[in-house]
Design a protein around this ligand. Structure first.
Ligand code: HEM
Length: 521
């Protein structure tokens, strides 16, 4: 091997590669602003590299340090796989929210973070995200009409995964809830009975795990060889995409044929055919056909969009309800009793029927989710946006950030701040419903305490123009599910609630945690 290195044909390119690496790591002029490096120490020889190492190993310490030491100052936040992000101070959260997409852009940052051009089998779906519009318009408008389906699937899901035993039974919270969420959410995405196909759910979950994992690895692979590495690294993703498409394809083909038949002869369709389904797949077919672009109604395009939705919706919602149930079960029984009383009295007002208006009236139920998200949100730094303006941006505190870098703002330190949320370390389930009751506070401000309402102090769903478009649907679905849980089951936990774990930037609930459940008589 050493002999081979002596040959000019091998030595010359090897020296070039080593020289290139040395130049890039140590000598390339940096366009980074002249601001402190989070995690660096005065004695460091290579502050960016050493800080990256420290921040990556313990991001919780890094984000706490940022808030304690640099509360009013922007810092460079080096992190493996995320480059050198600029963390702006909390006083500039509104500034970030106010910037137009031509200046700070969420999609550019998401496409880069998730390495969409490699990890998505059809990147066009993300570059042309028509599903966002369907979420903000049709899905959100249909929340009320979808309640019976969501309630039905919730009941079926819990019967299946938690059972109907009146003796105490141990269940793994996250594992069972993600399955129920998978059933319920896909009931709204693709309808019954496909939403109950266990392979569809497993494939969707596996896809949602492989995409962030693979993108993390790809981002540390040297750019020139990334396309080659991606060919191998994305194999598990392409396999899941193929499987997902295979399961959905017969349904999609049948729906497309029925749609065309309905368009060709609306009268016959009224008398003979099944009523048109009211779910995301159908709305996407309609949107595709109306666009006139045949690419949009290719079965693989349609199934690819539903897979992306599973990616956006299922993990996030599963984390949310897992945290809420763990928080509730580890707190006082009187809180559960209070919730039951609220649910019973509101339901009685609506003749025992679950609907959107009844859910909206259950402020305590809503407050449990907002409080649990406040304590446990996976968003530790939020509003990650890429600087896309050619001339870069200059922040209110005068820091110039060139095009190509990303910014973010602190979320975890704000959510845990006693000055913003008194007694911030404790789970106070009715913190927000109590505030909503206080009539001395302006109505709009009170309404701003709802689970899905975002603010500078509550970034669990992001904030501003690009805040999570699915949050209103998610809030309704999750509330209905938790209401079903407390009305149908007694709950108990052995010992204390296991704390959430940090994985890089994100915090996730303890996935192995178990509780005991018993069907109420
Ligand atoms: C509790 C459940 C959920 C949580 C905590 C959550 C949280 C978030 C967050 C933090 C963002 C980034 C926003 C930003 O950076 O400003 C986001 C974006 C997004 N969410 Fe959610 N989400 C949830 C449920 C859902 C559901 C059910 C859907 C679909 C029906 C959905 C679809 C999306 C989409 C498509 C985006 C990207 C928006 C864009 O690129 O403009 N989410 N979500």
């Amino acid at each position: 091997m050493f002999e081979a290195l002596g040959r000019p044909a091998v030595l010359a390119p090897a020296l070039l590669v080593v020289g290139w690496l040395i130049y890039h790591v140590f000598f390339k002029p940096s366009k980074l602003p002249d601001i402190p490096i989070l995690g660096a120490k005065e004695s460091d020889w290579f502050p960016l590299l050493q800080a990256k190492w420290r921040n990556t190993l313990d991001f919780k310490a890094a984000v706490k340090l940022a808030d304690a030491k640099y509360r009013d100052q922007a810092v460079i936040m080096p992190l493996a796989g995320s480059g050198n992000m600029i963390l702006l101070p909390r006083s500039e959260i509104q500034f970030v929210t106010d910037q137009p997409d031509e200046v700070l852009n969420l999609h550019t940052s998401a496409i880069e973070n998730l390495q969409i051009d490699y990890t998505c089998t059809d990147p066009y779906l993300v570059h042309n995200p028509v599903h966002h519009k369907i979420i903000t318009t049709t899905l959100t408008n249909q929340i009320g009409n979808l309640v019976p389906d969501v309630a039905d699937e919730t009941e079926w899901g819990f019967d299946k995964h938690w059972g109907d035993c009146t003796e105490w039974t141990e269940v793994c919270v996250y594992d069972t809830l993600r399955r129920v969420i998978g059933n319920v959410t896909n009931r709204v995405f693709v309808g019954h009975p496909i939403c109950r196909d266990p392979t569809l759910l497993d494939v969707g979950m596996a896809y949602a795990q492989y995409v962030p994992l693979t993108s993390q690895i790809l981002r540390i692979v040297w750019k020139p060889i990334r396309p080659l590495a991606a060919l191998f690294l994305t194999l598990p993703i392409r396999w899941r995409t193929y499987q997902f498409d295979k399961i959905l394809r017969p349904e999609i083909t049948a729906r497309l044929a029925a749609y065309d038949a309905r368009q060709a002869d609306p009268e016959e369709s009224k008398s003979v055919r099944e009523p048109e389904p009211n779910d995301f797949l159908q709305w996407t077919i309609k949107q595709a056909k109306t666009s006139g672009d045949s690419y949009m109604w290719k079965p693989s395009t349609l199934s690819g969009r539903i897979l992306l939705l599973n990616f956006a919706a299922i993990h996030t919602s599963s984390f949310s309800i897992t945290n809420a149930i763990l928080d509730l079960v580890a707190s006082k029984q009187e809180y559960v009793d209070e919730l039951r009383a609220e649910i019973e009295s509101v339901l009685a007002e609506f003749g025992g029927e679950w609907n959107k208006r009844a859910l909206a009236k259950m402020h305590k139920l809503d407050s449990v989710f907002r409080e649990s998200a406040r304590l446990n949100s996976f968003v530790t730094v939020g509003l990650g946006r890429a600087v896309v303006a050619k001339e870069g941006i200059t922040t209110p505190s005068g820091v110039h950030i060139p095009q190509g870098y990303s910014v973010a703002v602190p979320s975890y330190p704000v959510l845990q701040d006693n000055d913003v949320y008194p007694d911030a370390q404790s789970f106070v389930p009715f913190r927000f419903s109590d505030e909503r009751k206080d009539e001395s506070i302006d109505y709009v401000k009170r309404a701003g305490k709802a689970f899905a309402t975002t603010s500078n102090e509550y970034l669990a769903f992001g904030h501003g123009r690009n805040a999570c478009p699915g949050r209103f649907f998610a809030a309704n679905e999750l509330k209905l599910m938790l209401a079903h849980v407390v009305m149908t089951y007694d709950l108990e936990i052995k010992g204390t609630r296991e704390r959430n774990k940090w994985y890089g930037l994100n915090r996730v609930p303890p996935m192995e945690a178990t509780i005991r459940v018993r069907r109420r008589r």
